[in-house]
Design a protein around this ligand. Structure first.
Ligand code: PLP
Length: 390
């Protein structure tokens, strides 16, 4: 059916920008519409019992707008199969349920996204799943954390919020040697900057809420894999548990993806200029950005990423009060959670996005401030940070 055709399409094109715009959807044969219509239909008429016209019966199972997005997601990550979910956490939940059974174990980063940690620590442990934490930058620690029960090695790179870098190719080998799958949460890099499946990862996860949607106007998640049987299990959970995006959200996400390449270049340009400014500032103790040569993951990041992206974290001199004051004083940078949108955001992870890690092995430094650098004019961004730091 059309799903298969559209999923194969991306291999026709060399360039990322072309795939982002064209993968997953061909102009509508009936009307020529160049954008996927928003199929606001929960059900689909049948020609006789079981006589499906386009392969669709009920929109929890499948909807043409969502299908276009899923083909597009597969195309931009260079995978065979894409699945869209109602949020990044819904995608995480589906992947954990598809791959883990009571008694199984997984390894997670020691600075994993707070929501990922919370779901595993508060929910999955109740169902007999155990976990260990290891820094993604420390291959030996990850290897040592793997047990005979380990089914997943979960990696973010760069990590949220400390911007640590893991070597995907090496970690894939370590996971596979231990009989486990490697999952890469590629939210921070985006597929424009980093292609984990090509480096040996088994599954790529996204919060499409972030760079893929790119405009802070939609919440969504995605999973991409080459593993047909895993994809079938994920499809079963899309239908069986129902955490799927509606057609309006699927449309918005796909619209965002079309400009991903140009946005990521601008995010990276702006971030590099801001890093140069912050690195010399007396109120900043340390800048965490994989593009800086002294960053311990710089060489790996330079090898596996096209550029270094739009996320910067800093340790502010003067402790947590100074960090919070910095966040409160910016004007162009909006004080808010989330990241990856066209507008610049600033936040205090210890009190905001990563508050759920307090007192755990994943606790973040209290003077840490995270910047999501947008695509505004960089002079305005630097001027704003300069006046906020006083
Ligand atoms: C935001 C985020 C998530 C969760 O995604 P939602 O869309 O908010 O549910 C997962 N991983 C990372 C790295 C994130 O930044």
């Amino acid at each position: 059916m059309s799903e298969q055709r559209s999923r194969a399409d991306a291999s026709r094109w060399q360039g990322f920008g072309t795939k982002a715009i064209h993968a997953g959807y061909e102009p509508d044969p009936l009307t020529g519409a160049v954008n996927p219509p928003i199929y606001a239909s929960s059900t689909f008429a049948q020609d006789g019992v079981g006589g499906l016209r386009g392969g669709f019966e009920y929109a929890r199972t499948g909807n043409p707008t969502r299908q276009a997005l899923e083909g597009n997601l597969a195309g931009i990550e260079g995978g065979a199969f894409g699945r869209a979910f109602a949020s990044g956490m819904a995608a995480t939940d589906a992947l954990l349920r598809a791959t883990l059974r009571p008694g199984d174990h997984l390894v997670i980063p020691n600075d994993a996204y707070g929501g990922t940690f919370r779901l595993i620590d508060k929910v999955f442990t109740q169902w007999g799943i155990t976990y260990s934490v290891a820094p993604v930058s420390d291959v030996d620690a990850v290897r040592a954390a793997i047990t005979p029960a380990t089914k997943l090695v979960w990696v973010e790179t760069p990590t949220n919020p400390l911007l640590n870098v893991g070597d995907i190719e090496v970690l894939a080998g370590v996971a596979h040697d231990g009989g486990a799958r490697l999952v890469v949460d590629n939210t921070f890099a985006s597929p424009y900057l980093q292609q984990p499946l090509a480096l040996g990862a088994d599954v790529v996860l996204h919060s499409t809420t972030k760079y893929l949607g790119g405009h802070s106007d939609v919440v969504g998640g995605a999973l991409v894999t080459d593993d047909e049987s895993l994809d079938a299990d994920l499809a079963f959970l899309q239908n069986g548990a129902g955490a799927v995006p509606g057609p309006f959200d699927a449309y918005l996400t796909m619209r965002g993806i079309k400009t991903l390449a140009v946005r990521m270049d601008r995010h990276s340009d702006n971030a590099e200029a801001i890093v140069d400014f912050l690195a010399g500032h007396p109120k900043i103790e340390k800048v965490l950005y994989p593009g800086v040569e002294s960053h311990p993951g710089h060489a790996v990041a330079a090898r596996q990423m096209r550029r270094f992206g739009g996320m910067i974290s800093v340790l502010v001199a003067g402790g947590p009060a100074a960090a919070q004051e910095f966040c409160a004083r910016t004007e162009v940078f909006t004080l808010a959670e989330s990241l990856g949108g066209i507008e610049s955001l600033i936040e205090h992870p210890a009190a905001m996005t990563h508050a759920s890690t307090a007192g755990s092995l994943l606790e973040v430094p209290a003077n840490l401030v995270r910047l999501s650098v947008g695509i505004e004019d960089v002079a305005d961004l630097i001027g704003d940070l300069e006046s906020a730091l006083g």
